[in-house]
Design a protein around this ligand. Structure first.
Ligand SMILES: Cc1cc2nc3c(=O)[nH]c(=O)nc-3n(C[C@H](O)[C@H](O)[C@H](O)COP(=O)(O)OP(=O)(O)OC[C@H]3O[C@@H](n4cnc5c(N)ncnc54)[C@H](O)[C@@H]3O)c2cc1C
Length: 568
C-alpha cells in the first residue's frame, strides 16, 4: 500500500486564521501544511475592508484608549454573551498582534506623525480600528501569505476537505477531493486546525464569498464536536442594493450618514448617543424598521450619504468603496448617495473551542470565523474579527504544536482508508443516483428561507416554518443529483456535496433560534423582545444526532462586568 500524505499539523483553510496558525506552528518547529479549497490569497479574508481593532491609542481623539476599554466595549457589544476571560485575552494581546503585522510589512494607513492610523467603528468608544485604506483584509492576507512562503509552509491547493479521519473520537486527518483532477486523498496528521471561515452562503443577501459555505463547521459537527451559539447571525446594516456587496462600517466611521426616504437622520431616534455608529445589530434593525414601516425608498432601501466627506477624503480613505459603487451600481459616492439595505455578514457561532483553539475532540482545533471562542457573543463589533483570526489563529497554532511535538499520535491507516472510501462513495452517489432533485433549486430555497424566516426579525411562527422547510429540503436532498459529471474542476459536484452539510448547519441555526426565547444582540425575537439573563445568559451547544441537533447549554464566563442594560 502506498504511503498517505502526513504532516504533524494540518491546517484546513488558507485565510487569515489558517495562515497565522500555520506560521506559528512552523515557528515552533513542527511540520505543518495548509490545505485549502482556493489559493490562500483568494480567501474571503481578502475582502475585509474596514480594519482591525487594537487599543494602540494612536488617534488624536483616542489617546485615552486602553485594552481594558476595548474589552468592555466588546463585552457590551456582545450583549454580555461573550466570555469575559477570552475577551480580556483578545483585548490585551491585540496591540502586539497588530504591531507584528506592521513589522511583517502590512502597509497600514498612517497618522500625520507616522503612527498606524485608527478610525472609529460601531460600538467602539474610541477610534480603535487600524486600517489600510479600505482594503485591510487584502493587505493583511498577502502579508501573512508572504510569511508562510518564507517559512516554506506546504500548501495543498484546491482541495475540498470532506470528512475527518477519525479514530474513536480522535481526529487524525482529513479526506479531501482534488478539484483540478477529481482525485481523492486521505491526509493524515497528529492535529487538525479548522480555519474554514463563515457560513454566509446559507443565507440569501450575504456579503460573503461564494466559497463561504460553512461546510467546515458541518464536518466538525458530524464528527461529534458541538457547534456553539449558532443562532447568532450578524446582519450588516450597509450592503449595496441588489447584490449585497459590503459597504464598510468605515464609511460611517469616516463620517458617512444614513437617511430615510423622508430625508431624516433616523438613527437619532434609535441610538441617541452613538447614532449612525451604534453596533451592527441595532443599526440593521433600525434600517429594516424604516423600510418595513414605509419610510424607505421603493425597492426596500435607505441611503448612505458620503458626499459630506468630500472628494479628497473619499479618494484617500474609501477608494475601494467608490470603485465598487461605480462598477456594480453606477453610483459615484462623491456626487450621489449610496442605496443600501441590511444583509447577512458574519457567523458569531461556530465550532466551540477554549482560548487555545482546542475543541471537545482530541486532535481537533479551530480558529477564525468557523470557531466560537467565544469573544463575539451575541453581536460582533466591526474590526474584532480580523483581530480574532490572527490572535486566536496564533494561539491555536501554538497549542497544536505543543500537543504534537515529540509525541506523534498513533497513526491509524485503517481509519484513513475507511474515511477515504466513505468520501468516494458519497461523491459517487451524487453523480450515479437516479434522483431528480436539482441541487441549485434546493440551495436557493434554503437561502431564501433562511433570510425570510431566520433573519433580522424572528418569531415562533417563522422559525417553526423554517424548521419544517429545512426538513423538507433535507428530504429532497436525499434524491439530489449533481448536474455535471466531468473530472476537472467540478465545482458543481463539490457544492452539491457541501449542500448536505449546509442544510445541517442551517437546521442548527433555526432550532437554536427557536429554542432561545429572548432577544439578545443579533438574535431578535419579536415575541420575546427583551433580554432575559435569568433564563438565557448561557451558551447554546448543538450536538449532532441523526434525529437532528441535541441542544445543551453552558454558562457564560462573567468576570469584571455584570450584565447591564445595553444603551448607546
Ligand atoms: C466583505 C467582508 C468584509 C469584512 N470586513 C471586515 C473588517 O473590516 N474587519 C473585520 O474585523 N472583519 C471583517 N470581516 C470579517 C472577516 O473578514 C472574516 O471573519 C475573516 O476574514 C475570516 O477569516 P478566516 O481565516 O476565518 O476565514 P476565510 O478568510 O473565509 O478563509 C477560509 C478558508 O477556508 C478554506 N476552506 C473553506 N472550506 C473548505 C473546505 N471544505 N476544504 C478546504 N478548505 C476550505 C478556504 O479556501 C479559505 O482559504 C469582513 C467580512 C466580509 C465578508
Amino acid at each position: 500500500m502506498r504511503d498517505l500524505p502526513y504532516n504533524q499539523v494540518l491546517v484546513v483553510g488558507g485565510g487569515l486564521a489558517g495562515l497565522r496558525a500555520a506560521i506559528e506552528a512552523a515557528d515552533r518547529g513542527v511540520d505543518v501544511a495548509v490545505l485549502s479549497l482556493v489559493p490562500p490569497v483568494r480567501s474571503h479574508s481578502g475582502a475585509a475592508q474596514g480594519g482591525v481593532n487594537g487599543a494602540l491609542a494612536n488617534a488624536e481623539d483616542g489617546r485615552d484608549d486602553t485594552p481594558e476599554r476595548h474589552a468592555f466595549d466588546t463585552v457590551k457589544g456582545s450583549d454580555y454573551l461573550g466570555d469575559q476571560d477570552a475577551i480580556q485575552i483578545m483585548a490585551d494581546e491585540a496591540p502586539a498582534r497588530i504591531i507584528e503585522m506592521e513589522h511583517w510589512g502590512c502597509p497600514f494607513s498612517r497618522t500625520k506623525d507616522g503612527k498606524i492610523a485608527q478610525r472609529p467603528f460601531g460600538g467602539g468608544g474610541f477610534p480603535r480600528t487600524c486600517y489600510a485604506a479600505d482594503k485591510t483584509g487584502h493587505y493583511m492576507l498577502h502579508t501573512l501569505y508572504e510569511q508562510a512562503v518564507k517559512r516554506r509552509v506546504k500548501v495543498y491547493m484546491e482541495w475540498a476537505s470532506a470528512y475527518f479521519v477519525v479514530d474513536g473520537r480522535r481526529v487524525g486527518g482529513v479526506v479531501a477531493f482534488h478539484l483540478p483532477t477529481g482525485q481523492f486523498e486521505a491526509f493524515q496528521a497528529d492535529a487538525v486546525i479548522m480555519a474554514t471561515g463563515g457560513y454566509g452562503r446559507i443565507y440569501a443577501r450575504s456579503t460573503n464569498a461564494i466559497i463561504n459555505t460553512g461546510y467546515g463547521m458541518a464536518m466538525a459537527y458530524l464528527a461529534g464536536a458541538p457547534l456553539e451559539d449558532m443562532e447568532f447571525v450578524q446582519f450588516h446594516p450597509t450592503t449595496l442594493l441588489g447584490n449585497n456587496i459590503l459597504m464598510t462600517e468605515g464609511a460611517r466611521g469616516e463620517g458617512g450618514l444614513l437617511f430615510n426616504a423622508k430625508g431624516e437622520r433616523f438613527m437619532e431616534r434609535y441610538a441617541p448617543t452613538a447614532k449612525d455608529l451604534a453596533p451592527r445589530d441595532m443599526v440593521a434593525r433600525a434600517i429594516q424598521t424604516e423600510i418595513n414601516e414605509g419610510r424607505g425608498f421603493p425597492g426596500g432601501y435607505v441611503n448612505l450619504d458620503l458626499r459630506r466627506l468630500g472628494k479628497q477624503k473619499i479618494m484617500e480613505r474609501l477608494p475601494g468603496i467608490r470603485d465598487i459603487c461605480i462598477s456594480f451600481s453606477g453610483v459615484d459616492p462623491i456626487t450621489d448617495p449610496i442605496p443600501i439595505q441590511p444583509g447577512q455578514h458574519y457567523s458569531m457561532g461556530g465550532i466551540g473551542t477554549d482560548v487555545w483553539g482546542q475543541s471537545e475532540l482530541p486532535g481537533l482545533f479551530a480558529a477564525g470565523e468557523c470557531a466560537c471562542v467565544s469573544v463575539h457573543g451575541a453581536n460582533r463589533l466591526g474590526g474584532n474579527s480580523l483581530l480574532d483570526t490572527v490572535l486566536f489563529g496564533k494561539r491555536a497554532g501554538e497549542r497544536a504544536a505543543q500537543v504534537v511535538k515529540g509525541k506523534p499520535a498513533p497513526r491509524n491507516e485503517k481509519a484513513a482508508q475507511a474515511a477515504l472510501e466513505r468520501v468516494r462513495k458519497a461523491y459517487a452517489g451524487l453523480i450515479a443516483g437516479t434522483g431528480k432533485e436539482d441541487p441549485n433549486q434546493i440551495r436557493d430555497e434554503m437561502r431564501e428561507s433562511m433570510f425570510e424566516l431566520v433573519g433580522i426579525f424572528r418569531t415562533q411562527d417563522k422559525l417553526v416554518q423554517a424548521v419544517r422547510k429545512l426538513g423538507e429540503l433535507s428530504e429532497r436532498y436525499r434524491r439530489v443529483r449533481a448536474c455535471y459529471d466531468g473530472k476537472k474542476f467540478n465545482w458543481d459536484l463539490v457544492r452539491t456535496f457541501e449542500l448536505g452539510g449546509q442544510l445541517l448547519v442551517a437546521e442548527v441555526i433555526a432550532k437554536g433560534a427557536l429554542a432561545r426565547q429572548e432577544s439578545r444582540g443579533s438574535h431578535y425575537r419579536v415575541d420575546f423582545p427583551n433580554r432575559d439573563d435569568q433564563s438565557w445568559l448561557k451558551h447554546t451547544l448543538a450536538h449532532y444526532s441523526s434525529q437532528g441537533p441535541v441542544l445543551k447549554y453552558k454558562p457564560v464566563t462573567v468576570a469584571k462586568w455584570q450584565p447591564e442594560a445595553r444603551k448607546y
